[in-house]
Design a protein around this ligand. Structure first.
Ligand code: 1C4
Length: 445
């Protein structure tokens, strides 16, 4: 007889195993990838910094190459008071005093971050603590903004060049690179830079896989203050055109749109104040904040042998309930070239097969499934469209599908009922022998 503690232990073990397995494709994918973290000074002054620093160290131990860019406005507030901090924040002109404050605040921000990243996380034994070296330096060449509309911007600058080779060298030596929002000109003058702009310039220059903004919000928020979980570039430009976001969110969207067009694969906006948000965003399907990509997140690609396990897992319950035909791993190995998978990041959310009957110039759309968690978002239709495209490329004349439960779905998408004699001979024989009495649907291509 199991006790309630035993049941709870089992539940937690199950949960752990499930979560760990779910995280493994992401861990594998991010190993060796370069990620830029832009951390707001609100996070750096909070008591959540040690937990975030421990998670950052965990990322480095999983093989991620990290560059951190930090903000400093909250430290200006600590040095010179709220009013001065606000006026420096809002004023695009940086005078001599403001520049001095930015330098001081950046120094403090940097030391705090270095201290947090030097702590041994409580769950780690001292002798096995990650030994992460931090690297700073003159990675940013700046130039003055100059005179804009007759107003001299003084020490406000913009990024002229990022020394990508120097950053790359530090990363290659397993160092974590720290960059402050200050750049130097060729004449040796310091200029104040915007964190967003620095993050954008660095992420593009070093061809980062991801740019992650860690701030106070859980992500980008819609008009109901709900976190938007995913956006692609088309949706980003639609949001920018509507001008519904506040200034900060608009800046983040603009930066995201730019870097995604210039080679960065993903931009994330995540809370730096919510314990574990960064890990959740990177290692779970659901994420925690907003993830942005250039193309729609789901894509259809040809299946490979490595997908067989995922496909078998996906179709097993539908085979059991008689919706799909039984297919085992041997069958899959022999027919993998007929299959396509629906994939997001490293996860398979659906599949479909196209069996070709060359003599009949016909194809069968088979083994169609979208994972229950991703249904009713048009992905079934995406798989159908992909199969139609493939069939047309092969110059087939007819596409048919056999179904016990999903007839209406095909009829609503241009298929009509067909008879057994309209199937290729080989398929007629299978139909008769498996006794499923499936309904037959076909459409001209
Ligand atoms: N009937 C009618 N409409 C349906 C439906 C159904 N069974 N299931 C979902 N829909 C509707 C939804 O209500 C929604 O309608 P709405 O709200 O937009 O009005 C719409 O479809 C959603 O469309 P979507 O494009 O977003 O589609 P997804 O949800 O992404 O995916 C699937 C649609 C049918 C793929 C999905 O629901 C699913 O995976 N279902 C379980 C598996 C399934 O039924 N697959 C169809 C198999 S037919 C077999 C084989 O093994 O080869 C058997 C062969 C034989 O000999 O019998 C096939 C082809 O695989 N054949």
């Amino acid at each position: 007889m199991s006790t309630s503690t035993g049941n709870q232990d089992n539940f937690h073990n199950h949960r752990f195993v499930h979560d760990f397995r779910q995280a493994s494709p992401y861990i594998h994918h991010l190993n060796g990838k370069t990620v830029v973290l832009a951390i707001s000074s609100h996070v750096l002054v909070s008591n959540k910094l040690p937990a975030l620093a421990a998670d950052i160290l965990l990322l480095t131990s999983l093989g991620m190459r990290l560059v951190i860019i930090h903000g400093c406005s909250q430290f200006i507030q600590a040095i010179a008071g709220q009013n001065t901090a606000n006026s420096i924040d809002e004023n695009p002109i940086t005078d001599e005093r403001a520049l001095e404050l930015v330098k001081q605040a950046s120094g403090i921000a940097r030391f705090n971050l270095e201290a947090a990243l030097s702590m041994i996380p409580t769950q780690v034994m001292e002798h096995s603590a990650p030994n992460v070296r931090l690297a700073g330096g003159n990675f940013l060449r700046a130039k003055p903004l100059g005179v804009i509309n007759g107003v001299d911007m003084s020490y406000s600058g913009c990024v002229r060049k990022v020394d990508a080779a120097a950053i790359e060298e530090r990363l290659a030596h397993n160092q974590l690179v720290l960059i402050s929002p200050i750049g130097h000109s060729l004449s040796g003058q310091c200029y104040r830079l915007q964190v967003n702009e620095v993050a954008q310039a660095v992420a593009e220059a070093i061809h980062a896989e991801k740019l992650i903004f860690l701030g106070t919000q859980p992500g980008l928020l819609d008009e109901h203050q709900q976190t938007i979980s995913e956006l692609n570039c088309i949706e980003i430009s639609q949001l920018l055109a509507k001008s519904v976001m506040n200034k900060r969110q608009t800046e983040l969207l603009q930066t995201a749109a730019h870097v995604l067009e210039h080679g960065v694969q993903r931009v994330h906006v995540v809370s730096g104040l919510q314990d574990g948000s960064l890990l959740q965003e990177l290692f779970t399907r659901e994420g925690s904040g907003t993830a942005m990509a250039k193309a729609p997140f789901m894509r259809v690609r040809p299946a490979e042998n490595k997908d067989i396990g995922d496909i078998l897992q996906l179709i097993a319950p539908l085979e059991a309930s008689g919706i799909l035909l039984p297919r085992d791993s041997e069958y899959m190995e022999n027919h993998i070239q007929e299959f396509f998978v629906l994939e997001q990041d490293c996860y398979v959310y659906g599949c479909v097969a196209l069996h070709v009957y060359p003599e009949a110039q016909a194809g069968e759309l088979a083994c169609l499934i979208v994972s229950p968690s991703a249904r009713a978002r048009g992905y079934g239709e995406l798989l159908l469209a992909h199969v139609i495209k493939q069939a047309r490329q092969l110059q087939l004349q007819t596409l048919f599908a056999l179904s016990t439960h999903t007839g209406d779905w095909f009829v609503e998408r241009g298929f009509t009922s067909a008879t057994l004699t309209q199937l290729p001979l080989e398929r007629q024989q299978q139909y008769t022998s498996n006794k499923r009495q499936s309904k037959i649907f076909s459409r001209q291509l």
